[in-house]
Design a protein around this ligand. Structure first.
Ligand SMILES: NC(=O)C1=CN([C@@H]2O[C@H](COP(=O)(O)OP(=O)(O)OC[C@H]3O[C@@H](n4cnc5c(N)ncnc54)[C@H](OP(=O)(O)O)[C@@H]3O)[C@@H](O)[C@H]2O)C=CC1
Ligand SMILES: C[C@H]1O[C@H](OP(=O)(O)OP(=O)(O)OC[C@H]2O[C@@H](n3cnc4c(=O)[nH]c(N)nc43)[C@H](O)[C@@H]2O)[C@@H](O)[C@@H](O)C1=O
Length: 309
């Protein structure tokens, strides 16, 4: 892949897609192919087929998906399974059919079994029951991973799979209910600070552990894998930085200088108790995350504050 390569970033306005575009542009990519959801609905098979027949991208970063946090996943199961199966099936098939050289598919740490040994190795996939709050999304993602492996085996299609841990960073989804925990708490605690609200509610018990990776590290890993990795086995992409939700909430409150009370609403689900990734495979390839959680949160909060000021 070089600066003249025809590179399609599906989902380029999202958290991951926008970070990949920023990184490619910083590296001098001069031939990016981008379409908004409105311009190209990836659920529409005929539209996707026509797009690939005309544009014939050489490289595809598949960062388009129906994505949301624990509440969204358990509230809209039909949309999560339908849209993600359709998007990935359409893009992977048409990319192969129209000669794409390489495609990167994004799985997720949340598709591993709920209670597998920690840290989670790639080979633990499909060895146990899924976390119920996002099983529909997980089944769709597992199907996408298997489709990449099948096209690799039968057609020799260079489709690779990255398995990111929980991501955060600029350009995230800050919807009050459907977002992930980091943007949700940044927005809620930031707003509480501005309105001098005395307490902020955190969903669940605060005890679950989560590993967080800054999205610019993920973008770096995505380009690294696109350049150097072409095996059918998925590759975990993590930071090794694990905190409890209570510690995360405290870190965001400190960064925002919020001095009110953090209260835990145990009527809300905790989800998976823990899901830290084993990153030996990626480490052995020579890649490591660089952005530590504290400065990463501060950078993300500053970017959020700028967009709301
Ligand atoms: N965020 C995280 O913590 C993690 C994310 N991932 C994976 O990374 C990938 C990207 O996630 P993330 O960036 O967080 O998600 P976002 O929701 O931020 O971005 C998803 C993008 O896909 C687009 N999109 C959704 N549906 C369609 C459609 N039918 N047609 C065209 N475009 C569509 C959205 O456009 P629009 O908003 O306009 O609908 C949006 O730009 C996903 O595959 C996700 O599973 C993996 C692990 C963790
Ligand atoms: C990223 C990956 O993993 C996702 O699963 P998840 O990690 O459980 O997602 P989450 O970020 O929404 O929650 C993390 C924890 O945080 C707690 N929590 C507290 N307060 C809020 C809060 O206000 N919002 C949210 N969303 N969670 C909160 C929440 O109760 C839970 O214990 C999948 O949905 C799927 O999207 C996927 O790919």
């Amino acid at each position: 892949m070089n600066s003249d390569s025809r590179i399609y970033v599906a989902g380029h306005r999202g958290l991951v897609g926008s970070a990949i575009v920023r990184r490619l542009q910083a590296d001098g990519a001069a031939n990016l192919i981008l379409r908004t959801h409105h311009e190209l609905d990836l659920v529409d098979q005929a539209a996707v087929e026509a797009f690939f027949a005309i544009e014939q991208p050489e490289y595809v970063f598949l960062a388009a998906a129906k994505v949301g946090g624990i509440h969204a996943n358990s509230t809209y199961p039909a949309e999560f399974i339908h849209d993600n199966l359709a998007i990935q099936t359409n893009v992977i098939h048409s990319a192969w059919k129209h000669g794409t050289k390489k495609l990167l598919f994004l799985g997720s740490s949340c598709i591993y079994p709920r209670d597998c040994p920690q840290p989670i190795k790639e080979e633990y996939l499909l060895t146990g029951p899924l976390e119920q709050t996002n099983e529909w999304y997980a089944v769709a993602k597992i199907a996408g991973l298997k489709m990449c492996q099948a096209y690799h085996r039968q057609y020799g299609f260079d489709a690779i799979v990255a398995m990111p841990t929980n991501l955060y960073g600029p350009g995230d989804n800050y919807h009050p209910d459907n977002s992930h925990v980091v943007p949700a708490l940044i927005r809620r605690i930031h707003d509480a600070k501005i309105t001098a609200t005395p307490r902020v509610t955190i969903w669940g018990s605060g005890t679950p552990l989560r590993e967080f990776l800054h999205v610019e590290d993920l973008a770096d890993a995505a380009l690294f894998l696109m350049q150097y990795y072409n095996d059918e086995h998925p590759v975990n992409v993590g930071s090794g930085q694990e905190v409890s939700i209570a510690e995360l909430a405290g870190a965001i409150a400190d960064a925002v200088n919020y001095e009110g009370e953090l209260v835990f609403d145990t009527s809300r689900p905790d989800g998976t108790p823990r899901k830290r990734l084993n990153i030996d495979r990626l480490d052995s390839l020579g890649w490591r995350a660089r952005i530590a959680l504290k400065p990463g949160l501060e950078q993300t909060i500053n970017a959020f504050a700028l967009t709301t000021s």
